[in-house]
Design a protein around this ligand. Structure first.
Ligand SMILES: *Cc1c(COP(=O)(O)O)cnc(C)c1O
Length: 219
């Protein structure tokens, strides 16, 4: 039961750790059930799925974009989402900034780090993160709130640990720089199989799908 798994995981998480329910492929009704059981943040990978779920769940939850966002979807995305966790380029940040300016909103964003430094993968390379963050911090309708990472796909959660450590180190380094207009409050890392390792390494936001909703039939 979704209800039971939501309660179980919420009980396990210590205070100050945010649970994002990774809801891709789930029906609006399943998402509503999780929210009624206490889930406060719904994470969506696709704007279109988010729009459908938003019609049913609405403002009973906060909405986080956790999938890759194309710049041409920014206009639709900013209407629904409270936070976009996957900003990894100045082009995307500018598209979000413009779309938000049009509707008088400031979008909270996390910078996605390609901690595995894998070509073809989403996220900014760790060594390019600080200059990107400085550039984005100048935008008026975008507010940087922290970092997010996936890490390379790993069967064994221990394999993800070095990438979580690397991202936490970067998070602390940026935090210590006290850059104007930049808050380093959230470190979003860890999924169903790896969130315990992520929490040990300093995550304060975890994105959990399978363990909340059950196995997915497709991605
Ligand atoms: C699907 C997804 C998750 C959750 O994955 P599970 O293994 O089902 O917990 C977390 N983050 C992102 C970005 C995802 O796409």
């Amino acid at each position: 039961m979704i209800k039971d798994s939501v309660k179980e995981i919420l009980e396990e998480l210590t205070e100050g750790v945010e649970l994002v329910g990774a809801a891709k492929t789930r029906t609006p009704e399943e998402i509503l059930e999780s929210v009624e059981a206490g889930l406060k943040i719904v994470g969506e990978n696709y704007v279109q799925e988010a729009e459908k779920a938003f019609e049913v769940v609405g403002e009973k939850a906060k909405w986080h974009m956790i999938g890759h966002l194309q710049s041409n979807k920014a206009k639709k995305a900013v209407k629904i989402f409270d936070m976009i966790e996957t900003v990894d380029s100045i082009k995307l940040a500018r598209a979000i900034d413009r779309a938000c300016a049009n509707i008088g909103k400031v979008m909270l964003v996390l910078i996605e780090i390609n901690s595995g430094e894998e070509p073809q993968k989403a996220g900014v390379l760790p060594e390019d993160a600080i200059s990107l963050i400085k550039e984005i911090s100048e935008l008026e309708n975008v507010q940087i709130m922290g970092l997010m990472t996936m890490g390379p796909f790993a069967g064994d959660p221990e394999d993800a640990r070095p990438y979580f450590q690397k991202t936490k180190k970067l998070f602390d380094e940026i935090k210590d720089m006290n850059l104007p207009g930049v808050e380093m409050r959230y470190l979003s890392m860890g999924m169903s199989n790896s969130y315990r390792v992520a929490l040990e390494e300093g995550a304060n936001m975890v994105r959990i799908g399978t363990k909340l909703f059950g196995e997915r039939e497709y991605d």
